[in-house]
Design a protein around this ligand. Structure first.
Ligand code: NAP
Ligand code: ZN
Length: 346
């Protein structure tokens, strides 16, 4: 079927309205009528060519919430009318060690990203800035009814990308966790780390969003533009999650870790970070990375968020404001996720 969408025609070009083809619903597929699609900074990195050449035109969007409109004959997991979500991956081999271990995002044979990827049938995947999408049922998540659908959309990337390292590195009671950058990922990290029972500190460029940060669940808030911050907090944290979309000095943040502490980078800037290994050796510190999360963990995160009444703080926009929203995200002027109301595409 031919559906309306918004696509970037070339690297760095503004997005424009277009139509794209969605495949016929196969026996194991789900057709989703999309309601909301979040704007992730990864969409912007992709469109701007920060991560290398892309198969333009690209329809971004991997924070998708909608309603099941049709299911294939073999689908039992979802039914017509269910509220569902799709995150950053729409397929993987399913049989490699990583897939078998629930880490489909690290599929040894290459996971299929929701957009700008090569699908199993050789076509280019196109994302959620559109009215409909067809996805293999195993990669479609159930979105609990108690969650507001617009506020739930960002959970599919920002939520799982922060939930996964917070769980893996055991954020919880008695743990001191810092979140660097209060944007889309950062604000979800604050909410989730707080709900897990950790003591949460926000490290933002300025104190401009301090009131919000404390309201979202942070116990403390510091400006990284104030060099005293790095002295005051030296050796303080068990875990730091860096969500910053630009390159920062990792050595300065590693200095804030207690012995055996871990700095997990989820921010994925275009430029490499410059690490001085003495920053690790000095305090037996760890520097790690983490990419989204597997399908089962994503479902666990959605259920956790429903149990704790956690959604994203969203600004819902019509599709014709996508380019303006990109500018505002780049200027760190987002509170805290733009979400496209895809009904505006009809
Ligand atoms: P975002 O909403 O733009 O948030 C990024 C935040 O970083 C900003 O709000 C700002 O926070 C801070 N920041 C921006 N520029 C900065 C600079 N020059 N120096 C210091 N701080 C700066 O972006 P997002 O959607 O949360 O995504 C964040 C990053 O994570 C992106 O690189 C994205 O591609 C990546 N990502 C990775 C994964 C993964 O699986 N690892 C998944 C999704 C996204 P303050 O204003 O509070 O300082
Ligand atoms: Zn994302």
């Amino acid at each position: 079927m031919r559906v309306n969408a918004y696509a970037a025609p070339a690297a760095g070009q503004p997005l424009v309205p277009t139509t794209i083809e969605r495949r016929d619903v196969g026996s194991h597929d789900v057709l989703i009528e999309i309601q909301y699609a979040g704007i992730c900074h990864s969409d912007i990195h992709t469109v701007n060519g920060d991560w290398g050449p892309q198969p333009f035109p690209v329809v971004p969007g991997h924070e998708i919430v909608g309603i099941v409109a049709e299911v294939g004959t073999d689908v039992t997991r979802h039914k017509v009318g269910d509220r569902v979500g799709v995150g950053c991956l729409v397929n993987s081999c399913g049989h490699c060690t990583n897939c078998q271990g629930g880490d489909e995002q690290y599929c040894a044979n290459g996971m299929v990203p929701t957009y700008a990827g090569v699908d199993r049938d050789g076509t280019t995947t196109q994302g959620g800035y559109s009215t409909h999408v067809v996805v293999d049922a195993d990669y479609v998540l159930s979105v609990p009814q108690s969650l507001d659908p617009a506020a739930a959309a960002p959970l599919l990337c920002a939520g799982i990308t922060t939930y996964a390292p917070l769980r893996r590195w055991a954020a919880g009671p008695g743990k001191k966790v810092a979140i660097v950058g209060l944007g889309g990922l950062g604000h979800m990290a604050v909410k989730i780390a707080h709900a897990l029972g950790a003591e949460v500190t926000v490290l933002s460029q300025t104190l401009k969003k301090q009131e919000d940060g404390l309201r979202l669940g942070a116990d403390a808030y510091y400006a990284t533009s104030d060099l005293d911050t790095f002295e005051q907090l030296a050796g303080r944290f068990d875990l730091i999650i860096n969500t910053v979309s630009a390159s920062i000095d990792p050595n300065a943040y590693l200095g804030l870790l207690a012995i055996d502490g871990t700095l997990v980078n989820v921010g994925a800037p275009a430029e490499p970070l410059s690490l001085n290994v003495m920053s690790l050796i000095g305090g037996r510190r760890n520097f790690a990375g983490s990419m989204i999360g597997g399908i089962a963990l994503t479902q666990e995160m959605l259920d956790f968020c429903a149990d704790h009444g956690i959604g994203s703080e969203v600004e819902v926009i019509p599709a014709d404001r996508i380019n303006q929203a990109y500018e505002r995200v780049l200027a760190s002027d987002v509170r805290y996720r733009f979400v496209i109301d895809t009904a505006s595409l009809n």
